[in-house]
Design a protein around this ligand. Structure first.
Ligand SMILES: [Zn+2]
Length: 756
């Protein structure tokens, strides 16, 4: 490796890893610039970390007055990017997590144990690992700025302490990396880190703290919050830990206050999960912490010699101290972790606990992962109340956050694409991959009582929604208010109902296909059908209802049938929308050409006097299409020819002879034209597909689109087909192949009739 590359690496690493200790005076200066970062408890810090990782927030219905703030948060940066194993937070879970973090930002420290509860296979340990990794990285970043106290006690004039001196090797107690070369005089100091990670601000006595902060915090808005808001109360109220205050007191016997403050330094509070600093994670198999009391003999020896007294400062602390103002987590609630869990409860309830003679005050974010039913185990392990439930004092300290299986189909799809690649989407007809995800999720959710009360007339939806409204519920979970709701039901979708539906999710996602199972199922499905291009709803049926697979027991009865109803409803809407291309001018032209055509024979080339003698060919298809617009697509050939004869008669005797020649009207002002125009427009909008359904040439043209044979069709048909393919592609993402499949599906299944 060329030497300059190596130097660059060194430079980069240095820039990343320098965290110099700063004297207390410098810390005060930093406070005035970055107080908002430095004065954060672990709870505020946690909030900011989550907030930092939300790359995008979407509100699909900002104008909706009944909006309850159930938003789409993009948390990929927190749970997916740069993670060994991704965690997929669905919309429900993301909202829970964001709301939790917000409550940390806005309230006083909660004194709770945060229990993330979810069934096996819900990915909760991946969730926690990723979360803690990002927390650790955040603490190292500029935005993660936090400081802690480290004492630098001068060794001059002492009989040389036998403990090792600073110069990078002291590292007693809580180790840190990154200190760089010191001034020469640094060699004459002995470092004693605060094992409780005290924020240096607490070294200013409480009665002077407010005055100082008022003076040094220049940002008015922040200053106001600092003094008024609950979450900052700790800044004014907290006291240094027992060790720091006893060092302070002991020093006053030998040094001036000014000299003592020159010994207090601030260093970055960095989390290190592997060392258990700031973040500690316990598995049920881990040995219980050997002894509750931790000591550091080197430091203790130094302190004893320095103060010539072995009782002045007792450098004792518990393992909880190492995660004070940090995160302490239990990976499950089994075996040895049950005791740890009960210990956490003790710490939270008592606030202060004893480490031998010393009092220790712990404030940490306690996180516990749990399977449903784990509390039963605790009941067996703990003295419980007579009714066998865990006692209420413990229950009161628990805040449950559910981590169920994914209940949002968009997230479910993301899981598949993450494993199999984005390109899988190209193998599916539009809506079919989403339908696959909906089938999986249907196994995890329950019939909605709230929706049942809300929807007035169920029968309106029976063609495209299941009677238990699983389909509707899934949409609401995904943040979608379906367009197919009637005006009345849409209007009645009040905030209370939305909250009620979301609340139902709290009891769901614990049964049905697990996260692991759904991946396996998708894998099997994809292996079997990826060669079929494109994958359609029929393949879904074949797969899920296959007797040999035994999947259908977990899927609500007839769910696939109703899901297909929804699919049909959607694709019909798309096909109609895609084929509708008429503008007024085109309709006028069609009618004028029709009026001229009917007095000629099929196959003739005629000039249209109303359109500057523009030439066109009279074709059977053209007459047929206009006539179906005018009298309906059910019309028989006899009716059509009768209509045509009458139109010819009216055109000759009324339109031409009287209105135009006698009354001097323009053709577009005649009664016949205006009636035709009104009728054509109505049909074009409402029954846009009907005129083509029975037209065999239209069907063939669809099949032969994008081939040489396509050119042989009538212009009107060609135009329509081209518009249809273009719009299906541009508006709805259909490839030519998928567009052909879907139009033929619509025609062959006579979906127009189904949704009449
Ligand atoms: Zn301390």
């Amino acid at each position: 490796m060329p030497i300059h590359t190596f130097e660059k690496i060194i430079d980069n690493l240095t820039a990343e890893r320098i965290f110099r200790q700063i004297p207390f005076e410098q810390f005060i200066v930093e406070l005035s610039g970055s107080g908002e970062l430095i004065l954060r408890s672990i709870f505020q810090f946690f909030h900011d970390m989550i907030d930092h990782h939300i790359s995008e927030t979407v509100d699909e219905y900002p104008e909706d007055v009944e909006n309850i703030g159930y938003l789409l948060y993009n948390m990929d940066s927190l749970f997916i990017d740069d993670s060994e194993k991704p965690f997929f937070a669905d919309r429900l879970f993301s909202n829970r997590l964001v709301n939790l973090a917000r409550s940390f930002r806005l309230g006083s420290p909660p004194h709770k144990i945060y229990v993330f509860k979810g069934p096996a296979g819900s990915g909760k340990s991946t969730f926690l690992n990723n979360l803690l990794n990002k927390l650790e990285a955040y603490a190292r970043s500029d935005k993660g700025l936090l400081y802690e106290v480290v004492w630098k006690i001068p060794t001059d004039g002492l009989s040389k302490p036998s403990g090792r001196k600073t110069r990078g090797s002291t590292k007693a107690g809580v180790t840190k990396d990154g200190e760089q070369s010191f001034e020469k005089t640094d060699l004459d100091f002995f470092e004693v880190p605060c094992p409780n990670h005290d924020n240096p601000i607490v070294m200013i006595p409480r009665n002077h703290r407010a005055k100082l902060l008022k003076e040094i915090i220049p940002q008015e808005a922040f200053r106001k919050r600092l003094f008024k808001h609950k979450q900052f109360e700790w800044v004014l109220k907290s006291e240094p830990c027992t060790i720091c205050s006893s060092i302070f007191d002991a020093l006053t016997e030998k040094f001036s206050i000014k000299e003592i403050f020159s010994m207090i330094h601030a260093r970055r509070y960095l989390f290190n999960r592997k060392q258990g600093v700031g973040i500690s994670v316990f598995n049920s198999g881990d040995d219980l912490e050997k002894s509750l009391v931790r000591k550091n003999e080197t430091i203790q020896k130094f302190l004893n010699e320095f103060f010539q007294d072995s009782n002045k400062v007792q450098y004792l602390y518990s393992s909880y101290a190492q995660t004070n103002q940090g995160v302490r987590a239990l990976m499950d609630l089994k075996a040895r972790n049950i005791q740890r869990f009960l210990d956490l409860h003790g710490i939270i309830s008592d606030e202060v606990h004893k480490v031998q003679e010393i009092e220790e005050r712990i404030q940490s974010l306690f996180i516990v992962l749990m399977n449903p039913g784990d509390f039963d185990q605790i009941s067996q392990n703990k003295e419980t109340q007579a009714d066998g439930k865990i006692d209420t004092s413990l229950q009161d300290r628990i805040h449950e956050i559910l981590v169920p299986y994914v209940l949002d189909y968009n997230t479910e799809i993301k899981i598949y694409t993450n494993t199999f690649g984005e390109q899988i989407k190209l193998r599916f007809m539009p809506h079919v991959l989403e339908s696959f995800a909906r089938v999986i999720i249907s196994s995890r959710i329950k019939r909605s009582e709230v929706i049942k009360d809300w929807i007035k007339l169920r029968s309106v939806y029976e063609k495209f929604c299941d009677p238990d409204f699983h389909i509707l519920k899934m949409d609401l979970y995904a943040g979608v208010i379906p367009e197919w709701l009637t005006k009345e039901d849409r209007g009645a979708l009040k905030a209370e109902i939305r909250k009620g539906v979301l609340a139902e999710s709290e009891t769901e996602g614990h049964t049905g296909f697990s996260g692991r199972e759904s991946q396996q199922i998708f894998n099997e499905f994809y292996t079997q059908f990826s060669k079929k291009r494109p994958i359609t709803m029929k393949h879904l049926h074949d797969f899920f209802l296959d007797e040999n697979r035994k999947l259908k027991d977990k899927i609500p009865g007839e769910f696939l049938k109703h899901l297909t109803g929804l699919y049909d409803h959607e694709v019909l809407k798309e096909a109609k929308d895609a084929i509708y291309s008429y503008n007024e001018e085109e309709i006028i032209k069609s009618i004028l050409n029709y009026l001229v055509s009917i007095t000629h024979n099929v196959g003739e080339i005629v000039k249209n006097p109303y359109l500057n003698n523009e030439e066109f060919e009279v074709t059977g298809d053209f007459l047929d299409i206009v006539e179906t617009h005018l009298i309906g697509y059910n019309a028989s050939n006899y009716q059509k020819s009768k209509f045509r004869d009458e139109a010819i008669a009216e055109y000759a005797s009324m339109t031409l002879a009287r209105e135009i020649k006698t009354e001097g009207k323009k053709i577009t002002e005649t009664k016949q034209f205006q009636e035709m125009f009104a009728q054509f427009t109505r049909t074009a909008r409402e029954k846009v597909l009907e005129p083509y359904v029975g037209n065999n040439n239209f069907r063939c043209a669809i099949k032969e689109f994008d081939t040489e044979d396509f050119s042989k069709y009538d212009n009107k048909i060609k135009e329509k087909v081209q518009t249809l393919f273009k719009n299906l592609g541009e508006k709805y993402g259909y490839s030519i192949e998928c567009a052909k499949t879907v139009i033929l599906y619509v025609l062959d299944n006579n979906l127009m009739e189904k949704f009449k």
